[in-house]
Ligand binder design. Structure first.
Ligand SMILES: [Zn+2]
Length: 428
């Protein structure tokens, strides 16, 4: 069968509007900004809701057809010449970590919007419909649950995953979802029919130092490292720090300290041995009673382990759990390991990568083909449709921090590449 191919003359493709792109990105960046420049838009907070409202306004201004699902994922659609064709979707998220930056997430949402509105206002022929999406709750900062909105769209949330998702105030994620009409029984109700999707693209800042270090402005992502996350609780005994002899103590913090060091040395050793990167972090530690004159009776560690391959990650995760038990046994204290999330690394689509690569070659853009150490909505979308990611540099590799910065020219370049890739894929 002969396929009809629409040939797009690249020289006729317009440039995206960098001023408008930065204006909208800055408008979103001001929502939830603190006095030290950090941006805080935790999922389902007032600030995060306001950022979604601003996006809806921008989608309406652009004349896109808007659809909002029950959790609040927002879709803006531009029809192509073939209304029945599956859509080319692109987006990211608007929620942030606590005191985060302006670019992690919004670049992908506003970038996709800018790509689509440039296509619309220049009346560029597209066969498949184009959609921009803002996924709810990509960051795990509030509930310890990442890529919430895209997981629901991918049909990948299971009731047992929600069981341990609670915020610092004790609010259960399951209760918040229930208030939106999403219950254990209809968790799959938000799942999108894969037949309605042709591809998913996500433009994102690298959040790491590699592109800047090698002087390249574009990264094409091969796969996404996914985390194993667990909460480890050591329970010893809280005693008076003055009267309890050293040999009679059951210090839960010393046990935690030993485990934290074990995680660091194991990940380092494993990385050199296996040549694949494994990274492990204890990002939060709670100490009880947490006062100067008491032996710590209880400690709770939040552990995050990631790698590009599942076997490497799973092996290190297993070693860490075994060591936690070993430390507890040795010190005659209790230990409990609770899995918060267990995800496998996700390979992205090779064919879409080739399309983006071909466009980079035609435009003489220097790019790096690289894995992503951070998780993204693309890893959920990859389960239901071919998915690809475009990275742009992060200054000094800083992210999840008020100092997060990517130059406007790099944001515009990434958006231009996104637009040209979406046009090509929509017309294939
Ligand atoms: Zn992000």
């Amino acid at each position: 069968m002969k396929r009809q191919i629409t040939v797009i003359d690249r020289s006729t493709l317009p440039a995206i509007n960098q001023r408008r792109l930065m204006r909208d990105l800055n408008a979103i960046g001001r929502i939830g900004i603190g006095n030290r420049g950090g941006v805080t838009r935790l999922v389902f907070s007032i600030k995060e809701l306001r950022s979604r409202q601003v996006l809806i306004h921008l989608l309406r201004q652009a004349g896109l057809k808007i659809h909002i699902d029950s959790i609040g994922n927002i879709f803006g659609r531009l029809e192509g010449s073939d209304a029945k064709a599956p859509a080319v979707l692109s987006g990211s998220h608007l929620d942030t970590v606590i005191h985060g930056g302006k670019y992690d997430g919004p670049v992908g949402v506003i970038g996709a919007l800018e790509a689509i509105r440039t296509i619309k206002e220049n009346r560029i022929d597209i066969r498949a419909p184009l959609e921009v999406v803002c996924f709810v709750g990509e960051e795990s900062s509030r509930f310890g649950f990442s890529t919430l909105g895209s997981s629901l769209v991918a049909g990948e949330v299971h009731a047992k995953d929600l069981a341990n998702a609670v915020d610092a105030q004790g609010t259960k994620l399951a209760d918040v979802l229930a208030s939106l009409g999403i219950t254990r029984k209809n968790l799959r109700g938000l799942a999108r029919d894969p037949k309605t999707l042709k591809a998913y693209f996500e433009l994102h800042i690298e959040q790491g130092p590699i592109l800047e270090a090698i002087g390249k402005r574009i990264g094409l992502v091969t796969s996404i490292a996914a985390p194993s996350r667990f909460r480890i609780t050591f329970t010893g005994q809280a005693d008076h720090s003055g009267t309890t002899p050293m040999e009679m103590r059951k210090d839960a913090l010393v046990a935690a300290a030993k485990l934290i060091e074990f995680i660091e040395t194991t990940c380092r050793k494993f990385t050199t041995m296996a040549k694949g990167r494994v990274v492990g972090t204890v990002g939060a530690l709670k100490i009880e009673p947490g006062v100067i004159n008491a032996v710590p009776g209880k400690t709770e560690l939040l552990v995050d382990i990631r790698a590009i391959t599942a076997p490497a990650k799973n092996r290190v995760a297993k070693m860490v759990k075994a060591e936690a038990q070993h430390i507890a046994d040795q010190r005659n204290i209790g230990v409990e390991v609770l899995t918060i999330r267990e995800e496998d690394p996700v390979p992205l689509d090779k064919r879409l990568l080739r399309v983006t690569k071909a466009i980079c070659d035609e435009k003489k853009l220097v790019y790096e083909i690289m894995p992503s150490g951070a998780g993204h909505d693309a890893m959920q979308m990859a389960k239901i449709t071919p998915a690809a990611m475009i990275f742009i540099p992060s200054q000094r590799g800083i992210s999840h921090n008020p100092l997060e910065w990517t130059g406007p020219d790099d944001i515009a370049l990434g958006t231009q590449l996104l637009m040209e890739t979406m046009i090509r894929v929509a017309n294939e």
